[in-house]
Each structure stands twice: as C-alpha cells, then as structure tokens.
Ligand binder design. Structure first.
Ligand SMILES: [Zn+2]
Length: 316
C-alpha cells in the first residue's frame, strides 16, 4: 500500500465525468475522464466510474478501501445526508436517484454526494482564489450558472439543499423561459447557452457560416462587432445585478468567478465590480470592499472539491 493519504473526487458533468485521486494537499495524482452518456442507466454508469476508480487507485498502489474520502459532485440538487440526487434533469431525470446506495453496493463503502458548484467553491476556498477567506461565493459560468456559498468556513446548503442557486433566481419578472420551468432566471440571460441563444435571435444573419457556439459571439466582440459587444455587455449587466442580489442576501464580500466564461476576463469579469456596486444595497455598496476575482483551479475544481467536502463541512 501507498504510505501517503489520498482521497478521490468524482465530478459527474453533463457530457463527461472526471475521476481523480487527490493528495491531502489538493494535488491531482492521477485522473481520467469518461463520457457521462448513459447515466440514466445508473447502476451500469456507476460500475464504469468505479472500474476507473479501482484502476487509478491501483496506479497509486492503493485499493479503493484505502482512500480516506470519496466525494461525488453532480450538476443538480443533492441530498448529501442520504446520498440522493434530488433534481438533475439533464442527467438523472427529475426523480430521486439513490446514487450513494449504488456506489455503496458496488464498492462496499460510503461516498459523499454534493452539488458540483458547491464542490468547486470548496476547492477554491481550500486551495484557490478563496484561500483564507471565510465567507465567499463562487460562481461557475459555463453552459449554465452554478454557485456555491461558503459562510463561516462551511458550505451553506440550507434545509432545501439549494442555497446559492443564483442561476435559477429570477431577475426579470415574466422574463425568458428557463429549463427549470420558470421564467426570467439569471441563467437564461448570462450563461454561455443564453448568450448564444440571444445572439441567434438578435443577429442571426451575422452567424451564418460561423461555428454555432458561444465562443463565436466572443470572437465577434473581440473583433469589434457592436451587436456582439452590446449583447455581452447586457448579459454582464444582468449577471452583476444577480450577484448584487445574492450579496444583499448572503452579505459576502468575495466573489470568485469560475467556469469557461471566466476566461473572458475583460468582457465578463472586469465590469462586474462596478455593476455590483451600482445595483447593491447602499449600506454595503457605497463603502465596503468588494473583491471580485477569477478562480485559479480551472475545470478540475469540482473534482478536487468533491474529494474534500463532507457533511461536517456543510451547514444544512
Ligand atoms: Zn430556472
């Protein structure tokens, strides 16, 4: 057996699942990604994940039983106490899926199930942009918008297990239709998917013959296209508005921005502080320091964070 103490983090994403063995100081010792396709056949999917986990453990001269913690992040609402997926419509459907039980049956030990954006926030809190910051939130801007809130050095979840669900906080009354069934959620305005969708509605003729994804809109903006620039600036305005609302509620002064869109620092991140100040409650927005910064751990953050987050570190 390997003498060092290791953990495992598993990040189940919409298209791929990252599985990694993580050292106690947050280094990824080995990792592998497999497609998430077929996750709805959950026992078979869990079997595939566990086979990779056994393989990676063996590479470290360990067995799965030697790992001090196995954490699993999912894109949706997780009941960590019972290891149940409560809501993850893209991957597991709407029903309650006892993912923890499936893992336990396969490998004979418990895993800790958490929401992926909470795991990402925890990783940034432990090893990244939020180190030594006891109260913070970490937004993941990608195809959707996720968020994890750390209060008093614990991930705040609340009894509904949905704290910090800023992506599905309506910011426009009767606004754009959201995948959650409601209208006006922040995610329908400022996520990567939303930016692309709004571009196809506003200037479809400019998108003909170009790659059909969000990056195209950013490339047009960098090239000086005024339609793309004004769309992105509107999206950032709404994003800042949504973050100001979240700060009103949680009173945190550090906001870490992660996810694919955080790469567009000048367009997506730099304008945020000013917008947050403009829309925030004057009690804090006029005088308090607000720290908006870019995440440092990149796309591995949910996997690393899942390896460290357990029930004792969460406020539910
Ligand atoms: Zn929604």
């Amino acid at each position: 057996m390997n003498n060092s103490i290791c953990r495992a983090g598993i990040d189940i994403g919409g298209t791929k699942t990252n599985i990694g063995i993580i050292s106690e100081d947050g280094r990824i010792l080995s990792s592998r990604a497999i497609p998430s396709e077929g996750a709805s056949d959950t026992p078979a999917f869990v079997d595939r994940i566990c086979s990779v986990l056994e393989d990676l453990s063996a590479q470290q001269n360990m067995q799965v039983q030697d790992l001090t913690h196995i954490g699993v992040g999912i894109p949706g609402t997780a009941d960590t106490e019972h290891g149940v997926v409560e809501y993850s419509c893209n991957l597991f459907g709407f029903g309650h899926v006892p993912l923890g039980d499936f893992f336990e049956k396969r490998i004979g030990r418990k895993i800790t199930l958490v929401q992926d954006s909470w795991a990402a926030a925890w990783a940034e809190h432990l090893f990244g942009a939020g180190r030594n910051v006891k109260d913070m939130m970490c937004l993941t801007l990608g195809t959707g918008i996720g968020c994890g809130v750390v209060l008093g050095n614990k991930v705040y979840g609340g009894p509904m297990h949905t704290a910090g669900e800023i992506g599905h906080t309506p910011i426009v009354w009767q606004g754009r239709q959201c995948s959650c069934g409601r209208r006006g959620c922040l995610e329908t305005y400022a996520s990567g998917t939303a930016i692309w969708k709004q571009a196809t509605e506003r200037f479809p003729e400019k998108l003909i013959g170009k790659p059909q994804h969000t990056q195209t809109v950013f490339e047009m903006a960098y090239a000086g296209d005024t339609d793309a620039l004004s769309l992105i600036s509107e999206c950032v305005e709404k994003l800042g508005y949504g973050i100001a609302v979240a700060i009103d509620l949680f009173a945190v002064n550090t906001v870490v921005i992660s996810g694919g869109l955080s790469a567009h620092q000048k367009l997506m991140v730099e304008p945020l502080e000013g917008i947050i100040r403009q829309y925030g409650y004057p009690s804090w927005s006029n005088s308090r320091e607000i720290n908006v910064c870019v995440a440092v751990l990149g796309p591995d953050a949910p996997m690393v964070g899942a390896a460290f987050l357990d029930l004792s570190l969460m406020a539910l």
